[in-house]
Design a protein around this ligand. Structure first.
Ligand SMILES: C[S@@+](CC[C@H](N)C(=O)[O-])C[C@H]1O[C@@H](n2cnc3c(N)ncnc32)[C@H](O)[C@@H]1O
Length: 218
């Protein structure tokens, strides 16, 4: 008798919980869709307007797609400039529920990046630091599952060495301009390719390019 009374209440409670979680889920979907439209419009509008050593659109897309594909959540960028790559990375993290630490040494660029992130609606996914990455990278705790290195090319190998212990298995270390003949790039590529526990390929634009190194084991 008692059980017969309780059963309809349990069913009712389940229905209420189900409709509540459906409403929350569909609101989150609507919010993400609105954000996606805003970011896509911003990136398209500004595609040819970036003037501060920023990555080309194609390379930004590579970073975004890697993060979404592997569901990365804990990202680090070295070299924010005015925030083009930052926006691509932060946009991807808005989809995976992640967060980005990005580092820039130049105050004007840092401030412009902050303004761009605000305009596009991605500030909450980014912890932007005005700092010398030579000092800060050493101090960051990690672990990270995604790194984008795009500051001083002569320091790429050093950044990689310092970050390797802070990268989880499955993580991805990416670096920009690997198709350019800049000082430091060859040494970096040789070093990362010599690491047996990493698998390295090159993606993105022919003119600049992004190296993609997956950590396969400790
Ligand atoms: C190629 S730009 C980055 C472009 C940016 N990723 C984008 O796509 O918008 C390199 C940036 O690294 C910054 N940088 C150079 N050395 C640095 C250092 N030691 N610490 C932090 N930032 C540095 C420069 O000021 C410059 O803005």
């Amino acid at each position: 008798m008692k059980f017969q009374l309780i059963q309809p209440r349990i069913i009712l409670l389940c229905l209420v919980l189900l409709s509540f979680s459906t409403a929350v889920y569909s609101q989150a979907n609507k919010n993400q869709k609105a954000l996606d439209e805003k970011v896509q419009a911003f990136l398209t509008k500004n595609k040819s307007k970036w003037r501060d050593l920023n990555v080309p659109y194609e390379d930004g897309q590579v970073l975004h797609d890697l993060i979404v594909k592997h569901r990365y959540k804990s990202a680090l960028e070295i070299g924010t400039s005015t925030g083009h790559s930052t926006i691509w990375i932060a946009w991807a993290l808005s989809k995976t529920g992640g967060k980005l630490i990005t580092i820039e040494i130049d105050e004007d660029r840092y401030k412009e990046a902050l303004a761009n992130l605000r305009e596009v609606g991605l500030s909450e996914y980014v912890d932007a630091r005005l700092a010398d990455a030579h000092e800060l990278v050493k101090k960051l705790e990690g672990p990270f599952d995604f790194v984008f290195s795009d500051a001083d090319k002569n320091w790429y190998t050093q950044y990689f060495k310092e970050l390797d212990p802070k990268l989880s298995v499955g993580a991805c270390f990416t670096a920009h301009n690997v198709n350019n003949n800049f000082s430091g790039i060859n040494d970096f590529m040789q070093y990362v390719r010599s690491k047996n526990n990493y698998e390295t390929t090159v993606a993105g634009s022919k003119d600049e390019g992004v190296s993609v190194s997956y950590k396969r084991s400790r």
